[in-house]
Design a protein around this ligand. Structure first.
Ligand code: PHB
Ligand code: FE
Length: 327
């Protein structure tokens, strides 16, 4: 049996607009020409299919990420690393008070395969959910074709570092042309002079040149890994399609240009801060917030993650702080 069969994706025949409808527990997903319609036993919700597919693409590609992935202020997932909560209104004060919120927990393969099937069926020809809106076609209209190459891109996850023998490759003109917004980024490479016998152990690459060749937006790639320390740089343009709720501290280093961050309380959505990060700025996002970024021009951002599996529990039980440092 394929994973899809094992996960038992529940899908209908195509509806009047040509799209399949999907059921996952008590949740139902339907798309029409412009919207994703989501229902659950106590409520219903509508999201522009544009925003929905961009968010779904990230949730699928990042395998539910760290902590919470809010598609908007109502719908989202919480990763428990083995199981995943799918929720509606659970982290929204008004929905909670009106008792319209709903949460269901699924084994990761079940929700993973269902989400993959939705993304696959609902993404039409010409629309790339990872691309900047300035660099892709539209997701709207009745079903025409698909875009499998765009939604199943290779995710860069270096074991040690990009450029190390046997690891993720440095980008070149042949594989990754320089993005239109980064034509001014110098493409020189560091010189390497390893001692004989260490040629496979010593590596270096130009990270700015590497990022200038990214064809996607809001998609952190793991370019280096040292134990739990992951360097996950990314190039950004327009709006981060999800609102990320942290289950650990994350560091941001703004490598170029500018991003404006909206920071809210993770559980209620109450506003907490507006952070404007200019090139060279460094910030730590606390472990108890949610955030969404706005990048007016294509920019380079380094996201520094601590992938340690113990962190969510340490923070939840108060044994680790939601701040990286106390001054
Ligand atoms: C984040 O949630 O911290 C995040 C996600 C994707 C990005 C940048 C930051 O591209
Ligand atoms: Fe984040």
């Amino acid at each position: 049996m394929s994973t899809t069969e094992m996960a038992n994706v529940v899908a209908s025949a195509p509806n009047a607009d040509g799209y399949k409808e999907f059921s996952l527990g008590g949740f139902h997903f339907r798309r029409d020409e412009f919207f994703a319609h989501i229902t659950w036993p106590t409520g219903k919700h509508v999201i522009s299919v544009d925003a929905f597919l961009r968010a779904m693409q990230r949730d699928v590609a990042w395998d539910f990420f760290y902590g919470t992935v809010n598609f908007d202020g109502v719908l989202g997932t919480v990763n428990h690393y083995g199981t995943v909560d799918l929720f509606a209104g659970r982290y929204n004060d008004a929905y909670r008070k009106a008792e319209l919120d709903h949460v269901e927990n699924f084994d990761s393969p079940q929700i993973r395969e269902t989400f993959k099937a939705i993304l696959d069926d609902w993404t039409i020809e010409g629309f790339d959910p990872f691309a900047s809106p300035a660099e892709t076609g539209k997701p709207f209209g009745v079903k025409v074709g698909s875009n499998v190459p765009a939604i199943t891109r290779h995710r860069v996850t270096a074991n040690r570092m990009v450029g190390v023998t046997g690891d993720e490759k440095v980008r070149t003109d042949a594989t990754h042309p320089i993005n239109r917004m980064f034509n001014d980024v110098t493409q020189d490479a560091p010189e390497l002079h390893p001692e004989p016998g260490f040629e496979d152990e010593v590596a270096a690459f130009n990270l700015f040149a590497y990022l200038s060749r990214s064809d996607v937006t809001w998609n952190p790639s793991v370019v280096s890994q040292c134990k739990a320390s992951l360097y996950c740089p990314t190039t950004e343009e327009y709006i981060l399609p999800i609102i990320h709720g942290n289950d650990r501290v994350e560091w941001f280093v703004q490598l170029s240009d500018e991003i404006i961050w909206d920071v809210q309380d993770r559980d209620t959505g109450a506003p907490r801060a507006k952070v404007v990060m200019k090139a060279g700025d460094v910030a730590a996002m606390p472990g108890d917030i949610r955030h969404q970024g706005y990048s007016p021009k294509r920019s380079m951002l380094l996201v520094w993650e601590n992938a340690s599996a113990e962190l969510p529990e340490l923070i939840r039980t108060g044994r680790a702080s939601v701040y990286p440092v106390d001054f």
